[in-house]
Design a binder for this molecule. Structure first.
Ligand SMILES: Cc1cc2nc3c(=O)[nH]c(=O)nc-3n(C[C@H](O)[C@H](O)[C@H](O)COP(=O)(O)OP(=O)(O)OC[C@H]3O[C@@H](n4cnc5c(N)ncnc54)[C@H](O)[C@@H]3O)c2cc1C
Length: 418
């Protein structure tokens, strides 16, 4: 792998940048691999990287039906945080956050992780108490969490509505200072480049159309580029999890819903945290280009459409002008959607399956970007050793049958309410 550094930048600058090598190869698929990962999003690529790095298993292919990062990895609003209250979630996401803190150096690729803090505004006593409880739960486990009063919030985010006529007066806020945002496609590219350098084959435009199982054991996959044999197969396809698992005859407790996002025209720096409106469905952060990236709630009905619609723009814009009226004249420039793999308890599945050699990574709901390095790390562990790591032991498939669900939001089996 060509290392990126000030010296390589200088060398290439004097030769007019004609000699940069491709960041990763585009090999033809081999007839067989030790491990095949289906899905070239952040999770699939991270899993392949950690298989090679942590377990010395480099005879691995990542099969991606489109282009890497073209699914939810390249469509999300890039929030990275670990502000969960349930211990199993908290420990897992904090592990992931710690990997994020070293990721650019580890991958030798700048994923532009910016720890600017994630702030949730508080508007009512009951909500403040709930945020306080969440923060205390985090602090007990050693994670950073702060409760800000109104004056402190005003100093941190003066653009919010602190007027006497505010529809939802701000009483305080919850802040995780180490949380932040990262450049989403750089995460896919960084993992791809680092995995490729360790020998992993990344094969784009290769859709998996069948999973072959013999005597209860996976033996390979059928693809648009032919059959490929494999000792082990990992599924990491987010919104298409139900479809791909069905190829092996599995029926999962997952529904597919759309989550939309949009960006405004660029403006000067005015928002220095990632902000969530605590009284409605709206959250935003400002990109390095100056655009405000904004999102809201799920569409609320099942869909694979993968495109935005006008009612959601109105819904998100209503939240935006309620909490930050000063942005009401901004124009929305782009708008899109991703297909969310919603589980019935809002927590992910990183698990073995009833089929030997077949592993599942999915059910990320709308929160899987922040999990990318942690998810890849524990999924690689689970595939390599054929057993879960203690960090993902609870994220198994059986929990939905045994009743050991991990219901972070306390909303039960209703994805549309998560
Ligand atoms: C609008 C939006 C905002 C979000 N905001 C956040 C956020 O702020 N923070 C956060 O943590 N999370 C967020 N998320 C969620 C996050 O993006 C996802 O949970 C995460 O990116 C999932 O990564 P992945 O690698 O599992 O899936 P993906 O990136 O979707 O990758 C799966 C890949 O599998 C491929 N695939 C599917 N079927 C096949 C097949 N048959 N054969 C081969 N390949 C196949 C797809 O083409 C795709 O590239 C958001 C999502 C959306 C849509």
């Amino acid at each position: 792998m060509q290392r990126y550094s000030i010296i390589s930048l200088f060398r290439n600058a004097v030769t007019y940048h004609h000699h940069w090598r491709e960041a990763w190869r585009s090999p033809d698929p081999k007839a067989a691999y030790d491990v095949i990962i289906i899905g070239g999003g952040g999770h699939g690529l991270a899993s392949a990287y950690y298989l090679a790095k942590e377990h010395g298993i480099a005879n691995v292919a990542v099969l991606e039906k489109g282009w890497i990062g073209g699914g939810n990895t390249g469509r999300n609003t890039t929030n990275v945080r670990s502000n969960y209250i349930l211990e199993k979630n908290q420990r897992f996401y904090e592990f992931s956050l710690k990997l994020w803190e070293k990721l650019s150096a580890d991958l030798n690729y700048n994923v532009m992780f910016s720890q600017r803090g994630v702030l949730i505004t508080a508007h009512f006593d009951a909500q403040t108490q709930a945020l306080l409880r969440r923060g205390n739960g985090m602090r007990v486990l050693g994670t950073d969490a702060l409760l800000l009063n109104r004056a402190e919030v005003q100093r941190k985010v003066p653009a919010l509505d602190f007027s006497a006529t505010a529809r939802f007066p701000i009483t305080g806020a919850f802040l995780q200072p180490r949380a932040g945002v990262a450049r989403h496609d750089a995460v896919a590219w960084g993992f791809a480049r680092a995995a490729d350098a360790r020998g992993v084959d990344i094969i784009q435009n290769c859709e998996v159309t069948g999973i072959r199982v013999e005597h209860g054991r996976v033996i390979g996959v059928d693809t648009t580029r032919g059959h490929i044999a494999a000792g082990k197969v990992g599924i990491a396809v987010a919104g298409h999890t139900s479809h791909v698992a069905a190829l092996a005859g599995l029926s999962l407790p997952i529904e597919s819903h759309l989550l939309q996002a949009m960006v405004t025209e660029p403006i000067k720096p005015m928002l220095h945290v990632s902000l969530s409106f605590g009284a409605g469905h709206f959250y935003t952060s400002q990109t390095d280009k100056g655009e405000l990236v904004m999102g809201g709630d799920l569409d609320g009905y099942n869909s694979y459409a993968q495109r935005g619609n006008l009612p959601m723009i109105e819904h998100v814009a209503a939240g935006a002008v309620t909490v930050m009226p000063c942005i009401s004249r901004l124009r929305i420039m782009r708008h899109w959607a991703g297909i969310m793999d919603m589980t019935m308890d809002g927590s992910p599945i990183i698990s073995k399956t009833p089929i030997e050699g077949l592993y599942l990574n999915g059910g990320w709901c709308y929160g899987g970007f922040k999990a990318t390095p942690g998810s890849g790390w524990v999924f690689a562990y689970t595939i390599a050793l054929d057993r879960p790591h203690e960090l993902n032991a609870a994220f198994n498939l059986e929990r939905f049958a045994s009743g050991h669900t991990i219901d972070e939001r306390g909303v039960g089996p209703y994805p549309a309410l998560h």
